[in-house]
Design a protein around this ligand. Sequence first.
Ligand code: SF4
Ligand code: SF4
Length: 481
Amino acid sequence: MKFDIKEEHLIIKPYKSHESIYVREQNGRYQEIRRVLSWLLIIAFIAIPFLQYHGQQAVLLNVVNQQFRFFAITFWPQDFILLASLLMVAAFALFFVTSWLGRVWCGYVCPQTVWTLAYIWVEHRIEGTRNQRIALDKQANSFNKLQKKLTKHFLWLLMSAVSATTFISYFIPTTVLYSDIVAFNCSGIVSFWLCFFTVCTYGNAGWLREKVCIDMCPYARFQAAMFDKNTLLVAYDKTRGEGRGARKIKDDAKQLGLGDCVDCNLCVEVCPTGIDIRNGMQYECINCGLCVDACDDTMARFNYQKGLISYTSEQQLLGGKPQQANVKVIAYGIFTVAISIATSYWISSRVPLETSILRDRNALYRTNYLGLVENTYTLKILNKTQQALHYQISVTGLEGASLTLPKDLKIAAGVMREIPATLSVNDYNLTQRVTDINFTIQAIEQPDITLQKMTKFYSDITMDSDNKYVNMKTDIRKYKE
Ligand code: SF4
Ligand code: SF4
């Protein structure tokens, strides 16, 4: 027996090679929704770094100084748990939307989709329609081809540079960044990141496009776990569409034994990931709805009912009714709301003040020249607000104690200051060798910013068997009333 085994059948390819995809431009209901959303997102992305709040950039992720400012709130590395909580809110919101509406994030608001479609829009303006672009790529090199290609890549690079600069301006104040760029005075590290993000944007949105979604995006891989038979997805109605076949508008499909699919191939040509949705649900589908718009146009041209390709659910495709209350969706929704409320409360009740107290390492206590027992501390106070504040510091828990502090307790915004503090007390006021005390730190300008910190006051006082207090150092017995 003779086997016909070709060499390519013996090679295991870890990655599927992709053919170039020439996306046809499509108008329609869902494309209009995406266009509006894309514009809103792009405008917000560019405008947010220019917003000012109390004379400062409202949103600034200052990695060098480890301050992450969002309008009135500044997060510090110490607030990492709070940031983790915010990320959890975002994750649960994404799970909620995905289990309810499928991959709408991918199709409508994912930056990869928004930027890719914007780059395709530019390509269409320069190189023409899908068929013209295919023809241009097949053409031999010519001045006309070179001119079009150079113009397109120049515009892509320009868009990438603007995106990269905008992105960096979330990390470096716009006033500094833009004046440095205009004056050609950017530091080496800033120049590196500007070039890096320009190349990444150009590569991702111009060249890699759908390959990022198909081969690189981890979200595409695990989101199927959130799907069930009620999840909204883009699907082709096979029962109605098959057998597919070309025909003229005036032909009677029933007489010809044809389904509603006229096999125009438009649903494939408009698809940014290059799939044929008629082959069933595929993980490459980003739920963008472009094929729905394309097919609805065709259906309208042939006077057929729209919706041969539509947003539907597996349940509906099998003839069932759409389920109104899906337990998984409701559970994700409840989690999202609960975590959002908890995080909002956490943020609103957060005190923008951080304090730690270090004791003097050289001596637990000492007796000063007045005969008072003395403990010294170093208070580290971090002003987490966005303005300079004066603080007052007091101690409770030790009767008759006096606290010696520097005169000026002003701390600039975002600054941690070390403040030496000396606490002294007559040992007649002491009832035990180690006393728990509380430091209270309060901002004078904003008294609601107040924090208490517990520490200990050490002395050489102890009790003897007669319940009398003894100064261990001098061995003088002292009697308390
Ligand atoms: S199959 Fe349709 S919805 Fe899915 S990615 Fe392609 S065009 Fe978008
Ligand atoms: S767009 Fe509609 S009619 Fe045309 S091939 Fe696709 S499913 Fe068939």
